[in-house]
Design a protein. Structure first.
Length: 639
């Protein structure tokens, strides 16, 4: 059989182009050698996609809950029965409580443009409440808009044109492997700035290990040296920066010794960073991890200033919005203003009884959402009717009233873009399995409700064609090649001044200072808990593929010694949100005062995950973004 074009729909930078085929009833995948980012190879996770596709744990029939929320007590029903129950509950909810008491909760578990957006057509038509996303990269998005008016940075294919790439708060060797290899193949010097000595740090030419929350101070310290030693690109800054003189006065008042004392980086190394970064006109890949903290928005604002000082118009990598996908979503179907609920307030709206019908797809919040114990208590107490559409019986499914089996991206037509590179990829159906796509289920629910709006019944191909046409892209060419690069037109800074704003008027309008500020944060417990993703997972995905890989707590030897803890011991990790029991691994890769648990393993498999401990606080003035990494815990020997 001829191979088909597939595209990895995971919530991952690389968005790989895949060549797929079925041989002897088995799915075979390989990286597309023609795709400039994928480069003919897949990451370790991508190589396991056939195991995920052929999993015996895939849901085959709709389920209706019979027992308590959280228990695996369901009965199988027909699609007709499930759809009738959903229809009746939707109609009852709208009649008794109004359409705003319906909430659709989605995220990027599947990033296919049809699979992600098309279901929203139904909920916009119903005038339901929607989620204002904030769980991933929101604080950084807002911070970059404060400086540049956009969070869209440079094309990563241009990395090879530069001498120096700084990975700031990102473990790219695990989470952006193809980008890391682009830099390596281009003989680009790599530095890493991080709290933890990650695999990326170990493979970097230089590593600057800072303390948590001090990113903003380190960046300001580097800026101070660049400005005081007059290393910056004066012509570029004079022409293109708003508020430079004020910023200069602000940073030159900083004491480099104070910066060193707080960050843990010696003054000589701060100067070394500043001088070499300027000499080599460095660019920065700004990670998502460190901006998921109470200090995250201010930190990204500070880091984003550094490439400007060396003369880059957009010298950062953070986001990449290439095409307009609004047609797929269909907001034009609404007849009432959209009620957007901040994502980090999901538990709050369930507790307040404001939501009576919750529809979840492309997401597993009962594993990925912070402060899990609070969310689970809220759902057990609430009478909200929950429908989940998923491939597997996830923890979220266990807390649902109706569970609908989904299919995988190997079984449907779709397209996808990337938040890292500028390519749109084709995804063709290569096999058939159990479950239905998000768009199929949307059409079925609309039909059961008796809705006759044609937009709710458009075929996947018609939606794809119209999205592509609106962006000047040929579907026929995409089918021939499997991917198309979207060209970048002229770009300007969308700020009040029309320049890069060191003095941020947008930040001031939200009640923030005009310049990034360093603030100290301290919790009730002595150890800072960081919860990054593991190399073999993407948040709560892939756990059915290979089980729980690494539930261990990572701790510095000094912290372990004062607590009488030895490598391999069983320990209790606890705070006001909960307590978990696991084994400890002692390593100097983790600094004193910090501990690590990898995030979002399935509690139904492990009994807990790191989000039983994480805070559900929000970065209020940065779009109410998440603050997972502003969690403090204590650790004691167990048993």
């Amino acid at each position: 059989m001829k191979y088909m074009f597939s595209a990895c729909m995971r919530d991952c930078y690389d968005t790989c182009s895949i060549m797929s085929e079925i041989k002897n009833g088995k799915l075979i995948v390989r990286g597309n050698p023609d795709h400039p980012i994928t480069q003919g190879f897949l990451c370790p996770k991508g190589a396991l996609l056939p195991r995920w596709f052929h999993s015996n744990e895939r849901l085959k029939s709709p389920l209706v809950r019979e027992g308590k929320r959280g228990d695996e007590d369901f009965k199988e029903v027909s699609w007709g029965e499930a759809l009738t129950l959903i229809k009746e509950k939707l109609q009852e909810t709208i009649k008794e409580y109004g359409s705003e008491s319906i909430l659709v909760y989605k995220y990027a578990g599947d990033r296919g443009i049809v699979n992600y957006y098309f279901p929203m057509r139904l909920f916009h038509y119903l005038n339901a409440s929607t989620i204002d996303s904030g769980i991933c990269d929101r604080a950084g998005q807002e911070a970059l808009k404060d400086i540049y008016g956009t969070a869209v940075g440079m094309d990563p294919e241009k990395i090879k044109e530069h001498k120096l790439l700084v990975y700031w708060g990102i473990n790219a060797f695990w989470t952006n492997l193809h980008g890391f290899m682009l830099a390596k193949k281009g003989n680009v010097e790599i530095w890493t700035v991080d709290v933890v000595r990650t695999e990326t740090a170990k493979r970097s030419d230089k590593f600057f290990q800072i303390r948590p929350d001090t990113d903003v101070l380190f960046a300001l310290g580097v800026a101070k040296v660049i400005i005081e030693e007059e290393l910056y690109d004066k012509d570029f800054v004079t022409k293109n920066v708003y508020g430079f003189e004020e910023f200069k006065n602000y940073v030159t008042r900083l004491s480099l010794n104070y910066v060193s004392q707080e960050t843990g980086i010696k003054p000589e190394r701060i100067k070394e960073f500043a001088r070499e970064f300027t000499e080599k006109r460095g660019i920065i890949h700004i990670g998502y991890g460190f901006q998921r903290s109470l200090a995250g928005g201010e930190a990204v604002r500070a880091v984003a200033i550094l490439p400007v000082l060396v003369g880059h118009k957009f010298g950062f990598i953070y986001d990449m919005k290439t095409i307009d996908k609004s047609y797929a979503e269909g907001k034009f179907l609404r007849t009432k203003p959209e009620n957007k609920i901040p994502q980090m307030e999901l538990t709050k709206v369930i507790e307040s009884d404001d939501i009576k019908f919750l529809y979840i797809y492309n997401s597993n919040p009962l594993a990925s959402y912070p402060n899990q114990n609070r969310l689970r208590r809220a759902l057990k107490k609430s009478d909200v009717f929950v429908v989940t559409h998923d491939i597997f019986l996830t923890d979220t499914a266990l807390f649902s009233d109706v569970v609908l089996p989904a299919n995988t991206f190997f079984e449907r037509l779709d397209i996808v873009d990337s938040y890292y590179h500028r390519y749109v990829l084709l995804n063709e159906p290569v096999a058939k399995g159990p479950g239905k796509s998000n768009s199929e289920v949307t059409r079925l629910i609309a039909k059961s409700l008796g809705i006759r709006v044609p937009y709710l019944y458009e075929s996947d191909e018609d939606v794809i064609r119209k999205v592509l046409e609106a962006n000047g892209i040929s579907f026929e060419e995409l089918k021939r090649r499997g991917f198309i690069k979207v060209p970048e037109g002229p770009r300007n800074w969308k700020t009040p001044s029309g320049k890069i704003e060191f003095y941020s008027q947008r930040a001031v309008s939200r009640g923030l200072g005009p310049f990034p500020e360093y603030k100290k944060f301290k919790g009730k417990y002595p150890l800072r808990l960081l919860t990054p993703t593991h190399r073999m997972t993407i948040t709560s995905q892939y756990h059915t593929t290979h089980g729980i890989i690494d539930p261990n707590l990572y701790m510095n030897p000094e912290d372990a010694k004062v607590r009488g803890i030895k490598d391999g011991d069983k320990v209790g990790v606890f705070n006001e949100n909960g307590r978990v029991i696991t084994k400890v691994k002692i390593t100097e890769d983790v600094p004193k005062g910090v501990v690590i648990l990898y995030k979002a393993f399935w509690p139904k498999l492990l009994g807990w995950n790191a989000n039983f401990l994480t805070t559900d606080e929000k970065v209020e003035k940065y779009g109410k973004g998440s603050a997972f990494h502003s969690t403090w815990v204590e650790v004691n020997p167990y048993g």
